[in-house]
Write a protein that binds this ligand. Structure first.
Ligand code: WTA
Length: 631
């Protein structure tokens, strides 16, 4: 998909360059890597700290780096409290539109009040500093308020994406020992109500630690509520305890802010930990510089807050910068394929940040849908989640951006907290390339031994230096953190990203894809292991292997090779049943494209499934080194 031969640069207009916050990449980059700690200390000065740091970076115990140790703050203090003393108080923080067309807007002043109320409700339910609160919600303002309310009182939120099944939700609740879950009765998607509380009810049956469920009324769904366990949010906010005032808890820089579960190459999804201090500095700096944020901007990140993109660039980095955030509940194609473009027009959106999958899926409907709306307010565009193919890039650039808007193709991960490789508005762009490392980051493409590969050659993408947005680790599993990310290049002390990439002769990075068993489907992240273990729970299945194959819209799609138990007949009926089985147990985002029945799976002599062989065969590519193949 990447096209290294497309040598044409796209240059930003003079107006963009002249007004850009960062005017010279090379010079600032050099300074930022030669004086990394000074650079980040300068950025940290933009935030409020109750107590300053003893050191910028404690690297005494790698890979457990500690940023701004000794400092005290709370990310919510920077995202909400301090704005109350400035004119930002009266600015719109959030413009929200529901799929049915209902609109709600909130100033920074009113978000602050909503969050305080929510925080007091949580306190009344016994939530304390350090407790993990699970959030499973549609994209409504309360999803953001719930996150901020947890952080305000020092609780740790664990947001589970609303597209996951009750079992996936229960796994995450149980792993985190979470006592309280926040949900809504339902939300709107494609003109239908997705019932969420009933999914939570089923999850709670599988979660012995779960004591309390707080439900927001959104879609007027009839739901089952159990006395002493289930509470309507609107009942609780009516109580005197839910006042509009709530002190923001002062936290240590490296106290936990949130857990976010994500798929790795082996085992069940793991919870990555992000903390208050370094994450505040990293998300706000990257957001300001890359999206070149102006006080009057209206910024729309169309991701779901349930993924890292939403955490960093809808909620935290964004609000710290005092931005006006646009948020939409439903499907981009409902009721017509120009719903998004209508929103850009209606709200005068200046910056739009989305995924290549979304762009490709809207591109399919042709140019007439965007063209019947006024998109002239747009100044910058963004892309994230998967490589963007040059065709989609060009459509986004020409048709949505009218050739005027630079595209910020941001490469990063749940683990990195924020953008790692990204253009700036001043960067000459190549369609399909994420350009160059963000400030402070030394990033390379190396071979298995850790030697840098030649220009244009594919290799493993590694990060050689620590950065303030980096995850503090895997929740309660230090060994897994070391094994997953730091063992391959342990001699050098580099972070292994799991992605392969190339660097071209201009020093531009071209991300190719995952090298492990992580599957990126529509920009969402799933693991082969998760899919395979759900498959094995079906009576017909002996074993299976899930791989990702290219898909014109989703980027990748899931294909599963399955070995049947004796007595089961392969066929369309069974395939349909198994696809349904995966959706029921993992969630609709995990829907396999195809299930292929086989007699056996290619394995190494030690019994490991060789998924790369299946993939190569499916694509008609060379199968590579087969010396370890068993049969
Ligand atoms: C992929 C999402 C190419 C990559 C923020 C990475 C990308 C994984 C890009 C992390 C991009 C993300 N170009 N690939 N601009 N952005 N990826 O944790 O494979 O959901 O490792 O974080 O997405 O996915 P995650």
């Amino acid at each position: 998909m990447n096209n290294l031969n497309d040598r044409r640069f796209y240059y930003p207009s003079q107006q963009i360059t002249e007004n850009a916050i960062v005017k010279d990449y090379d010079e600032l980059y050099r300074y930022s890597v030669e004086h990394r700690e000074e650079f980040w200390a300068e950025q940290a000065e933009n935030l409020f700290w109750h107590k300053r740091w003893d050191a910028v970076l404690d690297k005494s115990n790698p890979p457990f780096y500690r940023w701004f140790p000794g400092a005290r703050t709370n990310i919510v203090y920077n995202a909400l409290d301090r704005h109350q003393q400035t004119p930002v108080r009266n600015k719109l923080a959030l413009i929200w539109e529901g799929e049915p067309g209902d609109v709600r807007t909130f100033s920074y002043h009113s978000v602050n009040r909503e969050v305080s109320q929510f925080a007091n409700v949580l306190k009344s339910m016994g939530v304390k500093k350090g407790d993990v609160v699970t959030i499973y919600m549609p994209q409504i303002p309360e999803q953001i308020f719930a996150m901020l309310a947890c952080a305000r009182i020092g609780a740790v939120h664990s947001v589970v994406f609303g597209g996951f099944s009750h079992e996936s939700l229960a796994d995450r609740i149980n792993d985190a020992n979470s006592r309280v879950v926040i949900t809504a009765d339902g939300g709107y998607k494609r003109g239908k109500v997705v019932e969420m509380k009933s999914i939570v009810n089923k999850a709670m049956e599988l979660s012995p630690t779960m004591e309390i469920c707080i439900t927001i009324r959104r879609a007027n769904v009839d739901v089952y509520m159990e006395n002493g366990r289930d509470y309507w949010y609107h009942d609780l906010v009516g109580l005197p305890i839910a006042s509009y005032k709530c002190e923001t808890e002062v936290m240590e820089s490296d106290d936990m802010l949130f857990l976010l579960y994500t798929s790795g190459s082996t085992g069940k999804p793991k919870a990555l930990v992000h903390t208050h201090g370094g994450y505040s500095v990293y998300t706000s700096t990257t957001h300001r510089m890359v999206f070149d944020l102006k006080p009057e901007d209206r910024y729309w990140c169309a991701a779901d807050p349930g993924w890292i993109t939403g955490h960093s660039y809808i909620v935290y980095g964004t609000l710290i910068n005092g931005a006006t955030v646009v948020m939409y509940e439903g499907a981009p194609t409902y009721p017509y394929p120009d719903r998004w473009w209508k929103m850009v027009d209606k709200y005068g959106v200046n910056i739009l940040y989305t995924s290549p999958t979304a762009i490709r899926s809207l591109m399919r409907f042709g140019d007439s849908w965007p063209k019947r709306n006024d998109l002239s307010s747009l100044r910058l565009l963004g892309s994230v989640g998967e490589p963007i193919n040059p065709e989609a890039w060009k459509w986004y650039h020409e048709i949505i951006g009218n050739g005027r808007c630079p595209i910020m193709d941001t490469w990063w991960q749940t683990e990195t907290g924020g953008f790692m490789i990204t253009p700036l508005p001043i960067t000459p762009l190549k369609p399909g390339s994420a350009s160059k490392p963000f400030f402070g980051n030394e990033i390379s493409v190396v071979n298995e031994e850790g030697r840098e590969v030649n220009v244009g050659e594919e290799g493993n993408l590694v990060i050689k230096s620590p950065w303030p947005g980096m995850t503090a680790g895997v929740y309660k599993d230090n060994q897994r953190f070391i094994d997953t990310y730091w063992s391959k290049y342990s001699k050098q002390g580099w972070y292994q990203t799991g992605d392969s990439a190339k660097i071209d002769e201009d020093g531009y990075f071209w991300i190719i894809g995952r090298t492990d068993d992580v599957i990126k489907i529509s920009g969402y992240r799933l693991g082969s292991y998760e899919l395979e273990s759900i498959m094995s729970s079906h009576a017909a299945i002996v074993e299976s292997a899930a791989i990702a194959l290219p898909h014109p819209v989703k980027g990748n799609c899931i294909h599963i090779y399955a070995v049947l138990r004796k007595g089961y007949e392969p066929g369309k009926e069974l395939e349909k049943e198994l696809i349904g089985h995966v959706i029921t147990h993992l969630g609709p985002i995990a829907k396999p494209e195809e299930i292929i029945f086989v007699d056996q799976l290619p394995k190494t002599r030690s019994g490991k499934i060789m998924r790369r062989v299946l993939k190569a065969r499916a694509l008609g590519l060379p199968e590579g080194d087969l010396s370890t193949l068993e049969d």
